[in-house]
Design a binder for this molecule. Structure first.
Ligand SMILES: [Zn+2]
Length: 414
């Protein structure tokens, strides 16, 4: 037990976040509001870029929506009635009440509704890395894991009833791929079914639940069923991952919704020329970038795999003689698309190695006069492993391979 607590403390993302210069929280700005530092921003940007690529391949279209909206929107969506507790108070704009956005869903429906859609156009998948603000008491705030402002990797899929299974299948595949790429091998799934108090036709619920089960079964997901645990507006699937020390984190929710489209009168033209109500699927794979990065920091104890590491390789000089050669190597690495740093200062190389180790930089290149004469370099891995006589070309080639394949173990250790 003491061991586990020690391990948790060693991995605490708040401590590592400050040591690795990733993010900060300031009383002057407000509790639960995150300031991302340059290195944290690089990490987040890698995650966003990676995800954007996958979503693009899966037929999502990206949108941006405002951070505040008229209260009228939340009256219609039912948020004011059902979620007032998690919303911040109204701000007055020319006598009209506005609210900070607690969810992106109503905004995406408004975009969907700007066109009349035919059944043939569906599904329409609108994605947004959408920043939302939710009320949390100061006592429960916790680093990146429990915050007041966060950016969800949100999306809403507008589809027909008969498309649900295929969309859920795609989502399960996407989530598995994403978790695997980030180094989470174990996934637990949960299906929540119709609660006693629910909106919508029971036949619709039964049909939807059947499709969710079929998708989970077909993709080989073993799941627990939470009978009656669904929201009143539709059944849902939750996915949890397990981190390096066996803790479970719920990241993904796939929520079917028959109610919001009805409230907003969101329809499509069916094959008989009539109008049918569209089905809406709310889903996030990572949840929010804040929380996910918090989980990642703790999972890796700050030792990010190369493709995510804010600084991937640091060039260290032994003396001033080799500075020009070190700068040349730095430029080559950068030109190759890697994220290098350089320490050509007057400190002893032993000190420079210790610093880079504390920064948890995956690779250190130590350059001395012998290396320059031989045209090779000496490599030092984060765990202390040393590799001698590596050519700059080999280094670049192998690091790019490690990044491209999102390897979890360094190529130089394989
Ligand atoms: Zn939503």
């Amino acid at each position: 037990m003491a061991r586990r607590r020690e391990e948790q403390e060693r991995r605490d993302h708040r401590k590592l976040g400050s040591e690795l210069d990733l993010f900060s929280i300031h009383e002057e700005i407000g509790g639960g509001l995150i300031s991302w530092h340059p290195k944290g921003a690089v990490l987040r940007f890698q995650i966003e870029t990676y995800l954007r690529g996958l979503l693009d391949d899966d037929g999502y279209q990206f949108v941006y929506t405002p951070h505040v909206a008229s209260e009228k929107l939340y009256e219609r969506s039912g948020h004011l009635e059902n979620y007032a507790d998690l919303m911040y108070g109204a701000m007055d704009i020319e006598g009209n009440p506005f609210r900070a956005k607690p969810m992106n869903c109503p905004n995406h429906i408004m975009i969907y509704k700007t066109h009349l859609h035919s059944y043939r156009e569906l599904p329409i998948r609108l994605a947004e890395f959408g920043t939302v603000y939710r009320f949390e008491k100061s006592g429960v705030l916790h680093g990146l894991l429990r915050v007041r402002g966060f950016t969800q990797d949100d999306a809403h899929i507008f589809c027909r009833m008969d498309q649900i299974q295929e969309e859920i299948t795609k989502l399960l595949r996407l989530a598995s791929r994403v978790y695997k790429d980030f180094g989470f091998a174990k996934i637990k799934s949960f299906l929540s079914t119709k609660p006693p108090q629910s909106a919508g036709d029971p036949a619709l619920w039964a049909e939807a639940e059947k499709m969710l089960r079929a998708a989970l079964d077909a993709e080989g997901f073993r799941y627990e069923v939470d009978e009656g645990g669904g929201a009143f507006y539709g059944p849902k699937i939750d996915l949890k991952i397990e981190d390096a020390i066996g803790r479970e984190w719920q990241l993904c929710t796939v929520q079917l919704d028959f109610t919001l489209p009805r409230k907003f009168d969101a329809t499509y033209r069916n094959d008989k020329g009539g109008e049918d109500q569209v089905v809406m699927i709310h889903r996030a794979i990572l949840g929010s970038f804040e929380r996910f990065v918090g989980v990642l920091i703790e999972h890796y104890a700050g030792n990010f795999p190369l493709w995510l590491a804010p600084v991937q390789v640091k060039v260290l000089t032994v003396n001033t003689e080799v500075e020009a050669a070190a700068r040349e190597l730095w430029a080559k690495l950068r030109h190759a698309g890697l994220r290098p740093a350089i320490d050509a200062g007057p400190d002893k190389v032993g000190y420079k190695v210790r610093e880079a180790t504390l920064e948890r930089i995956p690779y250190m290149v130590v350059i001395g006069p012998k290396d320059v004469a031989a045209g090779t370099l000496s490599l030092r891995l984060r765990d202390g492993t040393q590799v001698a006589a590596v050519s700059p070309e080999e280094l670049i080639e192998k690091l790019l391979l490690e990044v491209r394949e999102k390897r979890l173990t360094p190529v130089f250790k394989a």
